[in-house]
Design a protein around this ligand. Structure first.
Ligand code: CA
Length: 230
Protein backbone atom coordinates (compact mmCIF):
# COMPACT_ATOMS: atom_id res chain seq x y z
CA UNK A 1 0.00 0.00 0.00
CA UNK A 2 1.51 3.25 -1.17
CA UNK A 3 0.36 6.79 -0.41
CA UNK A 4 -0.02 8.56 -3.75
CA UNK A 5 -0.64 12.24 -4.25
CA UNK A 6 -2.22 13.16 -7.59
CA UNK A 7 -1.92 16.78 -8.72
CA UNK A 8 -4.32 17.03 -11.64
CA UNK A 9 -6.91 19.66 -12.51
CA UNK A 10 -8.89 17.62 -15.04
CA UNK A 11 -11.70 16.11 -12.95
CA UNK A 12 -12.18 13.20 -15.32
CA UNK A 13 -8.53 12.14 -15.24
CA UNK A 14 -8.50 12.72 -11.49
CA UNK A 15 -11.47 10.38 -11.02
CA UNK A 16 -9.93 7.78 -13.28
CA UNK A 17 -6.63 7.92 -11.44
CA UNK A 18 -8.33 7.69 -8.08
CA UNK A 19 -10.26 4.62 -9.18
CA UNK A 20 -7.27 2.90 -10.79
CA UNK A 21 -4.88 3.65 -7.95
CA UNK A 22 -7.39 2.55 -5.35
CA UNK A 23 -7.92 -0.70 -7.23
CA UNK A 24 -4.16 -1.18 -7.18
CA UNK A 25 -4.33 -0.90 -3.41
CA UNK A 26 -2.90 2.60 -3.02
CA UNK A 27 -4.17 5.40 -0.84
CA UNK A 28 -4.94 8.40 -3.00
CA UNK A 29 -5.13 12.14 -2.34
CA UNK A 30 -5.98 14.54 -5.13
CA UNK A 31 -5.02 18.19 -5.44
CA UNK A 32 -6.47 20.16 -8.34
CA UNK A 33 -4.09 23.12 -8.25
CA UNK A 34 -0.33 23.49 -8.26
CA UNK A 35 -0.05 25.48 -5.04
CA UNK A 36 -2.24 23.15 -2.99
CA UNK A 37 -0.50 20.16 -4.55
CA UNK A 38 2.89 21.48 -3.54
CA UNK A 39 1.65 22.16 -0.01
CA UNK A 40 0.23 18.66 0.30
CA UNK A 41 3.36 17.07 -1.15
CA UNK A 42 5.39 18.74 1.58
CA UNK A 43 2.91 18.30 4.42
CA UNK A 44 1.56 14.78 3.81
CA UNK A 45 4.84 13.19 2.68
CA UNK A 46 3.30 10.92 0.02
CA UNK A 47 5.46 8.08 -1.29
CA UNK A 48 4.77 8.94 -4.93
CA UNK A 49 3.51 12.12 -6.61
CA UNK A 50 1.71 12.04 -9.97
CA UNK A 51 2.01 15.55 -11.35
CA UNK A 52 0.14 17.00 -14.30
CA UNK A 53 2.20 19.61 -16.14
CA UNK A 54 -0.71 21.83 -17.19
CA UNK A 55 -2.28 23.22 -14.02
CA UNK A 56 -4.50 26.30 -13.62
CA UNK A 57 -2.41 28.34 -11.18
CA UNK A 58 1.29 27.48 -11.29
CA UNK A 59 2.66 25.01 -13.82
CA UNK A 60 3.58 21.44 -12.95
CA UNK A 61 7.14 22.34 -13.92
CA UNK A 62 7.22 25.06 -11.26
CA UNK A 63 5.65 22.74 -8.69
CA UNK A 64 8.35 20.19 -9.47
CA UNK A 65 11.18 22.70 -9.19
CA UNK A 66 9.92 24.00 -5.85
CA UNK A 67 9.23 20.51 -4.56
CA UNK A 68 12.74 19.36 -5.46
CA UNK A 69 14.09 22.13 -3.26
CA UNK A 70 12.66 20.40 -0.21
CA UNK A 71 11.81 16.80 -1.09
CA UNK A 72 13.15 13.81 -2.98
CA UNK A 73 9.76 12.08 -3.24
CA UNK A 74 9.44 10.16 -6.54
CA UNK A 75 7.55 12.28 -9.07
CA UNK A 76 5.88 10.90 -12.19
CA UNK A 77 4.87 13.58 -14.68
CA UNK A 78 1.55 13.27 -16.45
CA UNK A 79 1.70 14.83 -19.86
CA UNK A 80 -0.16 15.18 -23.12
CA UNK A 81 1.62 13.28 -25.86
CA UNK A 82 2.67 16.32 -27.87
CA UNK A 83 4.75 17.79 -25.07
CA UNK A 84 8.16 16.19 -25.63
CA UNK A 85 10.13 19.27 -24.72
CA UNK A 86 8.23 19.70 -21.45
CA UNK A 87 8.92 16.08 -20.56
CA UNK A 88 12.63 16.64 -21.09
CA UNK A 89 12.56 19.79 -18.97
CA UNK A 90 10.65 17.99 -16.23
CA UNK A 91 13.06 15.06 -16.22
CA UNK A 92 15.94 17.52 -16.08
CA UNK A 93 14.29 19.23 -13.15
CA UNK A 94 14.19 15.97 -11.24
CA UNK A 95 11.07 14.09 -12.31
CA UNK A 96 11.60 10.33 -12.06
CA UNK A 97 9.42 9.24 -14.94
CA UNK A 98 6.46 10.31 -17.03
CA UNK A 99 3.15 9.01 -18.29
CA UNK A 100 1.73 10.24 -21.59
CA UNK A 101 -2.05 10.59 -21.75
CA UNK A 102 -3.92 8.42 -22.40
CA UNK A 103 -2.37 5.65 -20.35
CA UNK A 104 -3.70 2.34 -19.07
CA UNK A 105 -3.84 0.98 -15.55
CA UNK A 106 -1.05 -1.50 -16.18
CA UNK A 107 1.28 1.18 -17.41
CA UNK A 108 0.41 3.32 -14.40
CA UNK A 109 1.03 0.43 -12.02
CA UNK A 110 4.35 -0.45 -13.67
CA UNK A 111 5.61 3.14 -13.52
CA UNK A 112 4.77 3.40 -9.83
CA UNK A 113 6.49 0.11 -9.04
CA UNK A 114 9.51 1.16 -11.06
CA UNK A 115 10.00 4.49 -9.28
CA UNK A 116 9.53 2.85 -5.90
CA UNK A 117 12.10 0.22 -6.82
CA UNK A 118 14.58 2.79 -8.02
CA UNK A 119 14.13 5.34 -5.30
CA UNK A 120 13.78 3.08 -2.30
CA UNK A 121 15.14 -0.39 -2.95
CA UNK A 122 15.51 -0.93 0.79
CA UNK A 123 11.77 -0.65 1.20
CA UNK A 124 11.22 -4.09 -0.26
CA UNK A 125 12.95 -6.71 1.79
CA UNK A 126 13.96 -9.54 -0.48
CA UNK A 127 11.34 -12.17 0.18
CA UNK A 128 11.08 -15.67 -1.10
CA UNK A 129 8.81 -15.91 -4.13
CA UNK A 130 6.64 -18.96 -4.78
CA UNK A 131 5.08 -19.26 -8.20
CA UNK A 132 3.50 -22.63 -8.81
CA UNK A 133 6.26 -25.16 -8.23
CA UNK A 134 8.90 -22.52 -8.58
CA UNK A 135 10.56 -21.19 -5.41
CA UNK A 136 13.00 -18.30 -5.65
CA UNK A 137 15.06 -17.50 -2.57
CA UNK A 138 16.68 -14.08 -3.13
CA UNK A 139 18.87 -14.06 -0.03
CA UNK A 140 20.73 -17.13 -1.29
CA UNK A 141 19.93 -16.51 -4.98
CA UNK A 142 18.73 -20.07 -5.30
CA UNK A 143 15.86 -21.47 -7.34
CA UNK A 144 13.95 -24.69 -6.88
CA UNK A 145 11.46 -26.25 -9.24
CA UNK A 146 9.26 -28.97 -7.81
CA UNK A 147 11.69 -29.35 -4.89
CA UNK A 148 14.72 -29.75 -7.18
CA UNK A 149 17.53 -27.22 -7.20
CA UNK A 150 17.89 -25.41 -10.54
CA UNK A 151 21.42 -24.20 -11.29
CA UNK A 152 21.21 -20.81 -12.94
CA UNK A 153 23.96 -18.46 -14.06
CA UNK A 154 23.99 -14.99 -12.56
CA UNK A 155 22.19 -13.42 -15.52
CA UNK A 156 19.67 -16.23 -15.79
CA UNK A 157 18.84 -15.74 -12.13
CA UNK A 158 18.55 -11.95 -12.54
CA UNK A 159 16.30 -12.43 -15.54
CA UNK A 160 14.03 -14.79 -13.64
CA UNK A 161 13.97 -12.46 -10.63
CA UNK A 162 12.90 -9.44 -12.69
CA UNK A 163 10.16 -11.45 -14.42
CA UNK A 164 8.98 -13.07 -11.19
CA UNK A 165 8.61 -9.69 -9.53
CA UNK A 166 6.29 -8.65 -12.33
CA UNK A 167 4.27 -11.86 -12.41
CA UNK A 168 1.80 -12.02 -15.27
CA UNK A 169 3.02 -8.78 -16.78
CA UNK A 170 4.69 -8.57 -20.17
CA UNK A 171 8.21 -7.25 -19.74
CA UNK A 172 9.83 -5.88 -22.89
CA UNK A 173 13.31 -6.87 -24.04
CA UNK A 174 14.29 -3.26 -23.69
CA UNK A 175 13.31 -3.31 -20.02
CA UNK A 176 15.14 -6.57 -19.47
CA UNK A 177 18.29 -5.23 -21.10
CA UNK A 178 18.13 -2.21 -18.89
CA UNK A 179 17.28 -4.04 -15.65
CA UNK A 180 19.37 -7.20 -16.02
CA UNK A 181 22.27 -6.00 -18.14
CA UNK A 182 22.11 -2.26 -17.38
CA UNK A 183 22.34 -1.76 -21.12
CA UNK A 184 20.48 0.58 -23.42
CA UNK A 185 18.56 -1.03 -26.24
CA UNK A 186 20.24 -1.53 -29.59
CA UNK A 187 21.09 -4.92 -31.06
CA UNK A 188 21.23 -6.46 -27.63
CA UNK A 189 17.85 -8.16 -27.86
CA UNK A 190 19.67 -11.25 -29.10
CA UNK A 191 21.33 -11.41 -25.68
CA UNK A 192 17.91 -11.51 -24.05
CA UNK A 193 16.69 -14.22 -26.43
CA UNK A 194 19.70 -16.41 -25.77
CA UNK A 195 19.48 -16.13 -21.99
CA UNK A 196 15.73 -16.70 -22.13
CA UNK A 197 16.23 -19.90 -24.07
CA UNK A 198 18.82 -21.10 -21.53
CA UNK A 199 16.54 -20.22 -18.65
CA UNK A 200 13.66 -21.95 -20.38
CA UNK A 201 15.67 -25.13 -20.85
CA UNK A 202 16.70 -25.16 -17.20
CA UNK A 203 13.06 -24.78 -16.21
CA UNK A 204 12.35 -27.83 -18.33
CA UNK A 205 10.25 -26.18 -20.99
CA UNK A 206 10.49 -25.16 -24.62
CA UNK A 207 9.36 -22.11 -26.55
CA UNK A 208 6.85 -24.33 -28.35
CA UNK A 209 5.44 -25.61 -25.07
CA UNK A 210 5.98 -22.90 -22.50
CA UNK A 211 4.85 -23.24 -18.92
CA UNK A 212 6.29 -20.39 -16.89
CA UNK A 213 7.89 -18.26 -19.60
CA UNK A 214 5.44 -17.00 -22.20
CA UNK A 215 6.79 -15.06 -25.13
CA UNK A 216 4.52 -12.36 -26.47
CA UNK A 217 5.66 -11.92 -30.06
CA UNK A 218 7.09 -8.54 -30.85
CA UNK A 219 6.54 -7.32 -27.28
CA UNK A 220 8.47 -9.31 -24.73
CA UNK A 221 8.01 -12.08 -22.24
CA UNK A 222 6.03 -12.71 -19.12
CA UNK A 223 6.30 -15.14 -16.28
CA UNK A 224 3.06 -16.85 -15.33
CA UNK A 225 1.93 -19.36 -12.77
CA UNK A 226 1.01 -22.33 -15.01
CA UNK A 227 -1.40 -23.56 -12.33
CA UNK A 228 -3.61 -20.51 -12.73
CA UNK A 229 -3.44 -20.24 -16.52
CA UNK A 230 -6.22 -21.64 -18.62
CA1 CA B 1 -4.21 19.75 -16.80
Amino acid sequence: MTRVLVVEDDPEIGRLLRRNLTELGHVVTIATEGASGLAQAVRDEPQVVLLDLGLPDISGQQVLEMLRGVSSVPVIIITAQDEDSSVVRALDAGADDYLAKPFGTEQLAARIRAVLRRTDPGQRPAQELRIGELVIEPAARTVQLGGQQVDLSRKEYDLLWVLANRLGEVVTKRELLSEVWQLPFGGGDRTVDVHLSWLRRKLGETAAEPRYLQTVRGVGVRLVDPGTEH
